[in-house]
Design a protein around this ligand. Structure first.
Ligand code: ADP
Length: 294
C-alpha cells in the first residue's frame, strides 16, 4: 500500500483573452472545473499504475463529490477528512497563447490534524510507502512519524522550501525532485554540482531527480543511474512530474528495481505530456506497457 498524504485542489480554469489587469473586470470566454493538486494527481497516477493507494487529506464538507472522482480513478478515500473550511483550490487564467496565471488557496489542505495522521500511520505495515508533497500542513511532523511507523518514506518537496527539506532529510528514504528543486536544495546553479553536493552533504540520502525531456537520474553515495526520456512531441507538460512519481513508486512498491521503476515512469510521463490536462492525461499501466513494447 502507498499512503499518499497530500493536497486535493479544485482547479477553476478560465479561458481569457488576456490576463486581467489592475482595476479591470473581465468576462471569461469559458470555464471548467477540474480535479487538481499535486497530492491528488499523484494518487491518481498511483492508482492508474495499479498500486493500492490510500489518499490522506482534507476536503470541505460541501465538496464531497470530489471523493467520487478520486474513487472512480481507483483511489481509496477513507482517510480524507471532512472539514469546515473551503477546499484547496486554484483560480487559473489561461490565455490563447497557452500562458497561465494562478492563484492558489490551500484551504482544507492546511487543516490536516496530528490525530488524523497518527491514526493513518498506525495502519502502516512492512513494505508500505508513505508519500508526501509540500502542499499540506504538518509535513515535518508527518515525515518523522512515518519513519517511526516503519514505512518507507518518499518526499516530493514541491513547492520547494529548502530549509524545511533540509530539516526533514533524516526521515526520508527517497527524495523526488526536479532539476530546479535539486539545485535549490544544493544551493548551486549547476545540475552536475547538485548531484555531487547532495550525496556529500547527506551521505544517507537517495535522490530521484527528474530532468524533463532529458529523463531522470537516481543518485546516492553508492549509485548513479540515468534513464533517458522517451522521445515524444510534448503538448502539455502539466502533471508530468506527478505521473512520474506515481508510476515510479507503484513499481518500487511492487518490488521492481530502481532502473525498471524509472523506465516505466519515464514512459508513463512521456505519454502524459502528449495529452492535455492533469489527471485525465495520466495513462493506465496497460497503455504504458504497450508503449514500452513498441
Ligand atoms: P516536473 O513537471 O515536476 O518539473 P519534469 O519536467 O522533470 O518534472 O518531468 C518529469 C518526467 O516527465 C521526466 O523525468 C520525463 O521522464 C518526463 N518528461 C517531461 N517532459 C518530457 C518531454 N518533453 N518528453 C518526454 N518526456 C518528458
Amino acid at each position: 500500500t502507498v499512503f499518499n498524504i497530500g493536497s486535493i485542489n479544485i482547479d477553476h480554469l478560465y479561458q481569457v483573452d488576456h490576463f486581467v489587469r489592475p482595476g479591470e473586470t473581465m468576462s471569461s470566454t469559458s470555464y471548467q472545473q477540474v480535479l487538481g493538486g499535486k497530492g491528488a494527481n499523484q494518487s491518481v497516477a498511483l492508482a492508474k499504475a495499479q498500486a493500492e493507494v490510500k489518499h490522506v487529506g482534507a476536503l470541505c464538507c460541501a465538496d464531497q463529490h470530489i471523493l467520487q472522482q478520486l474513487q472512480e480513478y481507483g483511489v481509496n478515500t477513507d482517510h480524507i477528512a471532512k472539514v469546515e473550511e473551503v477546499s484547496g483550490h486554484a483560480i487559473i487564467q489561461l490565455t490563447p497563447s497557452a500562458e497561465n496565471s494562478i492563484i492558489l488557496h490551500a484551504g482544507a489542505n492546511h487543516k490536516l490534524t496530528k490525530s488524523q495522521v497518527e491514526y493513518v500511520l498506525a495502519l502502516v505495515q512492512g513494505g508500505d510507502w508513505v508519500l508526501l508533497q509540500n502542499e499540506t500542513n504538518l509535513v515535518a511532523e508527518t515525515l518523522q512519524m512515518a519513519q517511526r511507523a516503519g514505512a518507507k518514506v518518499a518526499f516530493n518537496p514541491a513547492p520547494m522550501d529548502a530549509d524545511l527539506t533540509r530539516k526533514v532529510l533524516p526521515y526520508i528514504d527517497l527524495l523526488i525532485v526536479n532539476e530546479v528543486e535539486a539545485m535549490d536544495l544544493a544551493e548551486t546553479d549547476s545540475i552536475e554540482k547538485a548531484t555531487q553536493i547532495l550525496p556529500e552533504q547527506y551521505p544517507e540520502l537517495a535522490v530521484m531527480m527528474t530532468l524533463g525531456k532529458d529523463g531522470v537520474r537516481y543518485f546516492s553515495q553508492q549509485e548513479d543511474i540515468k534513464v533517458d526520456a522517451f522521445k515524444v512531441e510534448a503538448k502539455d507538460t502539466t502533471a508530468a512530474g506527478d505521473t512520474f512519481i506515481g508510476f515510479c513508486l507503484a513499481e518500487l512498491e511492487r518490488g521492481s528495481d530502481f532502473e525498471t521503476a524509472m523506465r516505466t515512469a519515464c514512459a508513463a510521463s512521456a505519454i502524459a505530456v502528449t495529452r492535455l490536462g492533469a489527471a485525465p492525461s495520466i495513462p493506465t499501466l496497460d497503455e504504458v506497457t504497450e508503449f514500452i513494447a513498441k
